[in-house]
Design a protein around this ligand. Sequence first.
Ligand code: GTR
Length: 413
Amino acid sequence: MRVAIGVLMAGGLAGAVLAAQGGWAASPEAVAEASAGQPGFNYEESRVPPYTLPDVLGQGPNRVTSREQWPARRAAILELFREHVYGRRPGRPDSLDFEVIETNGKALDGAAALQRVAVVSRHRGREHRFETILFVPNGRSGQVPVFLLLNNRPPSNTDPTRATKSPFWPVEEMIGRGYAIAALQVGDLAPDNAKTFTEGVIRLFEGDAQQRPANAWMALAAWGWGASRVLDYLETHPRIDASRVAVVGHSRGGKAALWAGAEDERFALVISNDSGEGGAALARRDFGETIERINSVFPHWFADNYARFNGRPHDLPVDQHMLLALVAPRALYVASASDDLWADPRGEFLSLAHTSPVFALWGDRVIAPDDMPPVDTPLIVGRRGYHIRTGGHDLTTYDWMQFANFADQLGWN
Ligand code: GTR
């Protein structure tokens, strides 16, 4: 039996919007498995309490009614996320250089050109370097679009020798689709542990400073900062179309990819895979992981200010649909997995749906809350795409092929 949940949009919109459930419903097996795996959290749709989302277009006389008014609203929302959620990241370092580590014009049996490049930042007498790996298809002439992965898994997933091939970064398949594909290793920017502040790019900018403000940048913001520096490099690459760069991330990498796309409007396509809490999923929707849990287990991911909302998501001045809306009018793709209830697939979809008032400013059709598709049935509406894949928390070749399909539809190929 399907249950309708009431979602009241604050301000602007008259009355309550009833959000019926769409095509997908979690299987009882997935609910049982999630409950056993991470007990003490809600995985029952019928137990999600009603919630009120902030109106993405704003309230009162300043409520946005035209696309010309969006940039000011966008800037205000971005500031709220910097202050309360992800922290404030710096701009470019004092100097930035790109050093070629390796080139091979005939990689993949001649199908692609491989480049490994060190991105070298110098700032206040300190130096930081990290590597990016790039494959560009030889079978396509001219400048080509590229997908940049923020790799949060071991480097073997982005093996430049291709001795190891991982579906997490399916080079051969993406090259076959005519797209370039790149990666960076997130831990090279900021270790995914307590050393976040003492190694990596936060140290590059702040040295050994002990006191950090409660809105200081943390690991997720540092990873996205790295994506922007790779984009700086891609802008110099003769074979890359820098106006068509997609930033992609899975899970914690997906949270970082969304924030990278918010902070850097040069990314033309932003892709979140299973990003969940603090990513695409609505914070106010009590399902799966919570703000309190994420801040206690991963205190180095978000600005310290975010912990003020532990157990109080309703007091946040934003919700994650507003993060997704920051991508407009660029392209946005959100992917979920049917057994990944910890990440709240429906909350990820609803977040995307609630960006509709913003994308509608550019004429895109509304994605309604009850438009959630069944598994393995991608939904593409103008500049936005969504799918929920059968299976668990992972980034797979299926997911990548949907990203490529979406890019094709955007006219990238
Ligand atoms: C989990 C975390 C999630 C997600 C995941 C991952 O433990 O609770 O928010 O980020 O890790 O990155 O795989």
